[in-house]
Design a protein around this ligand. Structure first.
Ligand SMILES: [Fe+2]
Length: 157
């Protein structure tokens, strides 16, 4: 039987778990700010749908960021917490506020794909460590983001 009390509290194990979670936080933060940017600046005939969709997404992402950061604290480590670190670490890149609605949708679909890949990568590491609780969070994020990807890609067809 595994000693569950050791989970994530052994410093080598915690370091492995936290590294990929911090990468996720950084990417989610840049993605979050893009969603806010597009929520504010979208224009054109799909304004109402996209304005609302981007808001639903950034509210969901905000909760996910908080869950991941607090999971890191459970392991006795600190989450990345500054905008500078997010931009340094993140694979997802910012855009300015001049995109048209089709370009915004393309950006967000690309972000969804990056985020799903990052969650799958993190899940692989975490499953190896036997961390069921973080695994459960990541599976929920993958499921939610795949659904959002389906909805947005259907909308822009
Ligand atoms: Fe708003």
């Amino acid at each position: 039987m595994k000693n569950y009390k050791k989970l994530g509290f052994d410093s080598k194990q915690a370091k492995d778990l936290v590294e990929s979670l911090n990468t996720l936080i950084a990417n989610y933060h840049v993605h979050y700010q893009k969603l806010r940017n597009y929520h504010w600046n979208v224009e054109g005939h799909s304004f109402f749908e996209l304005h609302e969709f981007f808001e639903l997404e950034y509210n969901a992402v905000k909760l996910q960021i908080d869950e991941i950061a607090e999971r890191i604290r459970v392991f006795g480590k600190k989450p990345v917490s500054t905008l500078k670190e997010y931009l340094d670490i993140s694979t997802i890149e910012e855009t300015d506020n001049s995109l048209n609605s089709a370009e915004m949708s393309t950006e967000i679909l690309k972000d969804f794909e990056t985020l799903i890949s990052l969650c799958i990568d993190a899940h692989e590491k975490i499953a190896k460590e036997g961390d069921l609780a973080t695994s459960d969070l990541l599976i929920a994020y993958i499921k939610r983001t795949e659904k959002s990807h389906w909805m947005l890609s259907s909308f822009v067809k």
